[in-house]
Write a protein that binds this ligand. Structure first.
Ligand code: SF4
Ligand code: SF4
Length: 471
């Protein structure tokens, strides 16, 4: 039986291999959970021997626990490997197969935030998602990531190109063409049946510039701060919100203004870096941070709250960047000033500043909680705001949709993702709801795709706009 005393870092630099202390260590911890910084700039982070020792240690503990089996396909892959090995223990699993587990992790963070009792300060010191991140970073550094994966994760560059007015129609038409989709499968590994979001040339940033309110509606005399909110919001449009779902950003702007909140866009932005993080390309995450943080920190200094309409992007600024750059004051500052839209609306409601004069009821809403919102631990604020609308019954679904970045469109994972989304689709169908949607617009689109009945997802913020009767 191995000791766990030499585990000194969640990134696993000194993790004991083959720990089997499950029977002696205490279950859970009474102390408040903490999370160690991601030590990605330390050369030891990329030492394969140390990585594999830590993978073996953690895989062994997970094999003894198995609590996370239903969360994603990474854990079932691990447990199948163990059960089918000659020893039926982790030591019987070929180390090469460890990568199969890593490849199935899309860093949703659910195992850390909602299941694992052995996270720090527990002596077992398990941080499964960040161990997967470390393994992905090693793979990336060793050239194990394909060119097509790199292209798919370049959401900003793809959006800019696809959103060029002349190009946009061709791209959107090509995405619906079976022959071209077969070629896309060969070239980029995108499943021919996967739903690909449409691109817009009238991006959110263009629309916003055109509406004449970029800065002119900042009337400080009218701004009403509360203890947690400034009452003026700078929106980080996000790649998806800018190029693929500008209507969503527009709905968010209208809802905020309807509540007396001044709104502007962040002056300059590029992708938050989440798709690169999911690939293990941490240098690109750092570059994205260098591009975004100075603008965001300046806005915070000027009294603006920051908001993004996509939960993954909020999580990036709120959690992952502060853990990657724990000594960067501006990163911490932005992390403390960024909000989920519904978290913000609920804070305003608590201060008596939310307009609750809704003109339309929503009936039954089947609402999917996005994993990257759930792990922010802000509570079910989307449900709470939706329930302020009279005659509205919200049925909440707390299960992964399976889309997760690019996982749900890749040929290699498409069938698995479709299996993961199945229970969510069943719940939506059972609810026989008037509306369904997710905080994550990509998850919403994936559920819509899996519904396959011609129905359309509606983002909760768009439902709130509808309930207000805002034209
Ligand atoms: S972070 Fe999410 S995808 Fe990765 S192992 Fe944990 S639950 Fe599975
Ligand atoms: S991550 Fe934690 S809760 Fe999940 S299987 Fe591993 S030890 Fe158990």
């Amino acid at each position: 039986m191995s000791s766990t005393n030499d585990i000194t870092n969640q990134s696993g630099f000194t993790g004991a291999s083959g720990a089997t202390g499950a029977s002696i260590a205490r279950e859970g911890s009474l102390e408040a959970p903490t999370r160690h910084p991601i030590d990605w700039q330390n050369p030891e982070f990329y030492d394969e021997n140390r990585l594999f020792a830590e993978l073996e240690r953690v895989y062994d503990l997970c094999h003894g626990c198995r609590r996370c089996v239903s969360l994603c396909n990474a854990f079932p892959t691990l447990f199948d490997l163990v059960d089918e090995s000659s020893t039926m223990e982790v030591d019987g699993v070929d180390k090469k197969d460890y990568w199969n587990v890593i490849d199935h992790c899309y860093l949703c963070d659910l195992c850390y935030q909602t299941k694992c009792p052995y996270i720090p300060p527990h002596e077992w010191n398990i941080d499964f998602p960040h161990l997967m991140l470390r393994a992905k970073a090693v793979k990336y550094k060793n050239g194990g990531v394909t060119a097509s994966e790199k292209i798919l994760s370049s959401t900003d560059a793809v959006g800019k190109l696809a959103g060029i007015p002349v190009v946009v129609h061709a791209v959107n038409a090509a995405n619906k063409n079976k022959t071209i989709r077969k070629l896309l499968d060969k070239a980029l590994g995108v499943h021919p049946d996967a739903g690909i979001p449409g691109y817009h040339s009238d991006t959110l940033r263009k629309r916003f510039k055109g509406d004449g309110h970029q800065d002119s509606d900042v009337q400080s005399a009218k701004v009403k701060p509360t203890d947690r909110t400034q009452g003026q919001v700078a929106i980080f449009a996000t790649c998806f919100g800018n190029y693929n779902e500008p209507d969503l950003g527009e709905d968010l702007v209208r809802v905020l203004r309807h509540n007396g909140i001044s709104v502007r866009l962040v002056d300059q932005e590029q992708c938050c870096g989440m798709p690169k993080l999911e690939l293990g390309d941490l240098e690109s995450v750092a570059k994205a941070k260098e591009a975004n943080i100075p603008h965001l920190a300046k806005l915070v200094d000027e009294g603006w709250d920051i908001m993004a309409p996509v939960p993954s992007c909020v999580l990036m600024f709120r959690q992952e960047l502060p853990l990657m750059f724990p000594d960067d004051d501006d990163v911490q500052k932005v992390g403390n000033a960024i909000f989920d839209p519904f978290e913000y609306l609920m804070l305003r409601h608590k201060a008596g500043l939310l307009n609750t004069s809704f003109l339309e009821s929503l009936g039954t809403v089947s609402y999917h909680v996005a994993c990257h919102q759930r792990v922010q631990k802000i509570g079910a604020k989307t449900r709470d705001v939706l329930q302020l609308v009279p005659d509205t019954d919200v049925k909440m679904i707390e299960r992964c949709s399976g889309h997760d970045g690019t996982y749900g469109v890749k040929t290699r994972y498409y069938d698995t993702a479709m299996k993961i989304v199945k229970p969510v689709v069943s719940r939506v169908k059972q609810a026989d709801a008037d509306h369904y949607g997710s905080d994550c617009p990509m998850a919403g689109r994936f559920i819509e795709h899996a519904m396959g009945d011609g129905s359309t997802t509606e983002h909760p913020i768009s439902l709130i706009r509808k309930a207000y009767g805002i034209q």
